[in-house]
Design a protein around this ligand. Structure first.
Ligand code: GLN
Length: 261
């Protein structure tokens, strides 16, 4: 039987800041290179979908105004399907603005507090301080595997986890959810919310493969591994991104020592 991954992207025209499309292309290529059939579908404003139609959902980041434009539509046309999809244990990746929209509440540039989908037990406030920008390194755990994830963040919003929520990972360098509590993102069943932007997956091929493995066997706590690929370029990009995050941390520490000392 041919294996197949059906990827559904929510609001690809509105939420696609910072190379989100690179993440999608990367998922497609990793399937094609392994002879796994890949189908890409989209659901934009006004379009509903059935959770049975997809194996993996992606929702990207956006400017405040793009987020404001799709927030109400998400609640009106996709709430039930996204919630059911996540509760079926299928994998979803929500990045930055998409991550905020899937929380309980969020507020953006205009300061107004809005209702989110509530799929993730997190809330986002508009920060009053500087935007949290820069390279970030995170220690995460997915399917019992410890993962070092490297990426880039750029957000004004400060996200806090609800009492029972599990973070996607712990910040090693960078800001993460709010720059204060050391958490990054959220993990619910097999769904991830994160501030790490595209090209998150090309820089973290192991994360991409775990998502694909989950898409192929969502209810298997130990999904079969995928055929290995030649990842030397990807691993070089991963190392470069990790090094950038660690360099930033060193510089920040040095600057704060100069200020306080
Ligand atoms: N508008 C949100 C914020 O700044 C998300 C930004 C993004 O997706 N880069 O908090």
């Amino acid at each position: 039987m041919t294996e197949r991954v059906r990827l559904l992207t929510l609001y690809p025209d509105e939420l696609n800041i910072y190379a989100d499309r690179g993440n999608l292309l990367f998922l497609r290529k990793r399937c094609e290179w392994r002879g796994i059939e890949f189908e890409a579908k989209e659901a934009g404003p006004g379009e509903s979908f059935s959770p049975e139609e997809a194996d993996l959902i992606y929702i990207g980041g956006g400017q405040d105004r793009d987020q404001e434009a799709v927030g109400a539509d998400l609640l009106e046309t996709k709430e039930e399907a996204v919630t059911a999809f996540v509760e079926m244990g299928k994998p979803l990746l929500a990045v930055c603005g998409g991550f905020q929209l899937l929380g309980r509440r969020w507020s953006s540039g205009d300061g107004e507090e809005r209702e989110g989908l509530g799929v993730f037990d997190v809330s986002t406030e508009r920060g009053t301080g500087k935007r949290l920008i820069g390279a970030v390194a995170v220690e995460a755990n997915l399917l019992g595997e410890r993962l070092l994830v490297a990426g880039f963040e750029n957000h004004a919003g400060r996200t806090r986890l609800g009492v029972g929520a599990t973070p996607f990972g712990t910040v090693i360098a960078g800001y993460g959810n709010n720059g204060e509590d050391g958490t990054e993102g959220v993990l619910r069943m097999n769904s991830i919310g994160t501030y790490l932007h595209g090209p998150l997956l090309p820089k973290n091929p192991r994360l991409a493969d775990l998502l694909l493995a989950l898409a192929l066997s969502p209810n298997d706590p130990n999904p079969p591994g995928l055929a290995p690929l030649e990842d030397s370029l990807e691993m070089a990009a991963h190392q470069e991104a990790l090094d950038a995050a660690l360099r930033n941390r060193k510089n920040r520490n040095r600057r704060s020592r100069v200020r306080t000392g």
